[in-house]
Design a protein around this ligand. Structure first.
Ligand code: SF4
Ligand code: SF4
Length: 173
């Protein structure tokens, strides 16, 4: 079994202080395709709905003229969302409590719940002086690869690398 390692800290959203849902919504907006990727949009909405406060849920309900907010809200939102819906969702997400939280998808999706393999450690950028959270991987990681698969950056910022045996870390004689 391998070990998860932050292989691309320069793209890691937690290091950059970017919320994963805002990032994914803006990526959809940047795509120059004639139609929006409805599946990705609904997937983002599914995650967003789970994270909203009660007041924020009401705002979403109002925007899409839904009579009542419920867990299956997505089934009641118009089937095809358009670019103005997307723009509204980006502004809404950016102004929500959600936007204050940088990406932690690797931790959230990790199947090991006891002795969590990923811990977010506070660090300071020496150049900018800004604080950020570094995803630190612990030895309880079993190398299952879920974090790499779910990481939202184009090339996963966290990847599975071979776990070296102790003997392999020793200098050759
Ligand atoms: S999933 Fe983890 S490694 Fe990937 S961008 Fe988010 S915090 Fe960084
Ligand atoms: S998801 Fe799997 S590979 Fe990633 S940190 Fe958790 S146990 Fe390790």
């Amino acid at each position: 079994m391998g070990l998860a390692v932050i292989t691309h800290p320069d793209t890691c959203l937690s290091v950059l202080g970017i919320n994963d849902l805002v990032y994914r919504l803006e990526n959809l907006q940047k795509k120059k395709t004639s139609s929006l990727d409805q599946t990705e949009l609904k997937n983002i909405l599914t995650s967003l709905v789970k994270r909203l406060t009660e007041d924020e849920k009401k705002a979403l309900q109002h925007r899409f003229s839904l009579p009542k907010f419920s867990d299956n809200i997505l089934s009641k939102i118009p089937k095809q969302l358009n670019t103005s819906d997307l723009k509204w969702l980006i502004d809404f997400t950016k102004s929500s409590s959600q936007a204050q939280k940088a990406c932690q998808i690797c931790l959230e999706q990790c199947p090991i719940k006891d002795e969590k393999p990923i811990v977010f450690v506070s660090r300071k950028n020496a150049d900018t002086g800004k604080d950020y959270l570094w995803p630190s991987v612990r030895k309880t990681c079993v190398g299952c690869g879920v974090c790499e698969e779910k990481c939202p950056t184009p090339v996963a910022s966290i990847q599975i690398t071979p776990r070296l045996k102790w003997s392999e870390t020793q200098p050759e004689r």
